[in-house]
Design a protein. Structure first.
Length: 293
């Protein structure tokens, strides 16, 4: 039986409104003002939460990786890029205060234990584990030790690897997200039928984290049974950054939230019936009625 997961005052699970996460990630390009504008967009469009990413650069990446030449708006090395995309304590204090003022939930994907300790200072209501971290047993155990709800993405992972991660995390207070970790994802690799397989295999709520262009697959995911949807957002897809192309601009986010909220309405109760609105049409168009309603 599926277990619901509570995130602050909201629940993720069947018969609950779809929990929609606007992934800001690193699309803020190191600017707190851009981050605030993205929070405003997420709140205005009706999202339930915004999510950031937190890394301790010298733990997540090797010195060799960081020393690789790489031109960006921050400099000429990979280190300068990675460091430029990380917010410090003062910036997260501002984010925390701003989200409280706007009454929107915020949390982060933490890529290492030190980042968990950093984000824990803000008493976030849950943690996200990125697909890249699904096989990091020590990180999973460390996040589990914080006794908060966990949202786990499953991109790049086999069912065997997902089973292993869930043995560590348990199915209580866990939301599992089907996803494919390519940016943007080709339509033939989205594979929404996996949502049904995950729902049959596990007793935790199943969500969908989309990286495709457009909104159609994310809306369909809800019809397939996803109870939470996560999408990257941006102010403008032409901005600098590797995630921008797979992100939704404000108008796209508006359509996503609008259409997701309509899925339960158009799905109905499954009972075939003749609606009162059809009665005048019957009178107008049916030539013969051999069996009454």
């Amino acid at each position: 039986m599926e277990k619901k997961v509570k995130i602050e005052k909201k629940f993720i699970g069947s018969n609950e409104p779809c929990f929609i996460i606007a992934e800001i990630g690193i699309n803020h390009n190191g600017s707190i003002e851009i981050a605030k504008k993205m929070i405003d967009v997420a709140k205005t469009m009706g999202c339930d939460a915004v999510k950031f990413q937190k890394r301790t650069i010298d733990i997540v990446y090797t010195k060799e990786e960081l020393d690789i030449p790489r031109e960006s708006i921050f400099g000429n090395t990979n280190r300068q890029l990675k460091e430029g995309l990380e917010f410090d304590y003062e910036a997260y204090c501002e984010i925390d205060k701003y989200c409280k003022e706007k009454d929107i939930i915020w949390f982060a994907s933490c890529w290492d234990e030190a980042s968990v300790d950093f984000i824990e200072q803000f008493n976030v209501p849950c943690y996200k584990i990125a697909s890249a971290s699904l096989t990091d047993d020590n990180l999973l155990k460390y996040i589990k030790s914080k006794n908060k709800p966990i949202l786990l993405s499953t991109g790049m992972s086999s069912l065997f690897q997902i089973d292993h991660a869930i043995r560590i995390l348990g199915e209580d207070n866990l939301v599992l997200y089907h996803t494919t970790s390519t940016y943007p994802t080709d339509l033939n690799e989205i594979n929404l039928n996996v949502i049904k397989e995950l729902k049959e295999r596990y007793s935790c709520p199943i969500g969908y984290s989309g990286h495709e262009r457009g909104v159609m697959p994310s809306v369909l995911a809800v019809a397939y049974g996803a109870v939470s949807v996560e999408r990257h957002i941006t102010l403008d897809r032409t901005m600098f950054g590797s995630d921008q192309v797979a992100s939704l601009e404000p108008q796209g986010l508006y359509r996503l939230v609008r259409d997701i909220r309509q899925v339960p309405v158009v799905s109905g109760d499954g009972v075939k019936k003749v609606y009162n609105s059809e009665l005048p049409i019957i009178k107008k168009l049916r030539r013969k009625v051999t069996v009454n309603v």
